[in-house]
Write a protein that binds this ligand. Sequence first.
Ligand SMILES: Cc1cc2nc3c(=O)[nH]c(=O)nc-3n(C[C@H](O)[C@H](O)[C@H](O)COP(=O)(O)OP(=O)(O)OC[C@H]3O[C@@H](n4cnc5c(N)ncnc54)[C@H](O)[C@@H]3O)c2cc1C
Length: 336
Amino acid sequence: MHTQSPVVKDLVLIGGGHAHVTILKRQGMKPVPGLRITLITRDIHTPYSGMLPGYIAGHYDYDDCHIDLGPLARFAGARLYHAEVDKLDIKNKKIHAPGRPPISYDLLSINTGSRPNSIEVPGVDEFALAAKPIDIFLQKWERLIERIKSTTGIFRIVVVGGGAGGVELALSTQHRLLKVLKDAGQDPTRLHYTLLARSESIMFMHNDGVRKRFERIFAERNITIKTATEVTEVKSDRVILQDGEFMQSEAVIWVTTASAPDWPAKAGLAVDDAGFIKVDDNLQSLSHKGIFAAGDVASLIDPRPKSGVFAVRQGPVLSDNVRAAATGRRLRPYRA
Ligand SMILES: Cc1cc2nc3c(=O)[nH]c(=O)nc-3n(C[C@H](O)[C@H](O)[C@H](O)COP(=O)(O)OP(=O)(O)OC[C@H]3O[C@@H](n4cnc5c(N)ncnc54)[C@H](O)[C@@H]3O)c2cc1C
């Protein structure tokens, strides 16, 4: 139950990411009197990233691996705005989202995740299944399942991206599609998979043992790996490679390096070379006190991979620190 204290501070959360889920949960369990929370999020159902590959593979249902932010916001006594922020006005402490009047804040926290870097590659938005935003990916994924069932002959899937996300999606989508074909009484060998990596090996951020293991699994699963290969364009029936060669493809799954939204940098927040918000050990912006960031969108002094695990782990520290900032207490550092 929430006490009706007058609003003293407005904390606005942009994005319903993993770390903000913790803030809402803790506010519901132990409200800070006078702290009003507003959550602005593009998606009301936010996926729990660790379960996504299992969902795609067909092991979980949608509800198993998505958090409904509506009840959680109500539990926290928070206002929930379903909108996509596209501008931040730090001087006037206002947040802009299309179709809404500007939203004021005293304290701000940003947990909006990241997207695969597809901006400069023509055809990705039109023809590929980009891994993020995940809701769009899932819609396209369901359509792909229907398409493969309704076609005959070889069906070539090209997965672009040799990091953990690409490897996971190659394995989980193949698992599901093989089952779909078997269940439909179709020949599963018509499904051909290739994974393209720009780096010299797949999972280049992992150690040799992990890499070898996945190379073996890919060989067992008949997934061809092509390294040192860059896609320069995606067309409806092929991907064009850097040397002008092309590969035929009935579907392309795009899971390349994470990229940042442009509005934090445009607002004047300190960002790293890729546009991610630079934060100190307390997850507070290096350039602006009272603005926090966590998860993929944050760039820590000691960088972490863009992974949901870290967004989850940052949640309790972020929660403590926004509450401390609201009540004038000391912040505490995040230790990975
Ligand atoms: C295919 C794939 C598989 C993955 N598998 C794993 C895995 O197994 N384990 C793992 O730990 N990580 C995995 N990851 C990485 C993981 O998905 C991300 O690291 C994680 O989701 C980042 O969490 P986050 O809390 O920062 O943001 P997100 O979980 O992306 O949440 C961001 C939220 O912000 C909202 N939002 C975004 N922009 C705006 C805006 N402008 N205005 C308002 N709201 C906005 C979104 O709607 C969303 O609710 C995978 C990623 C991919 C692509």
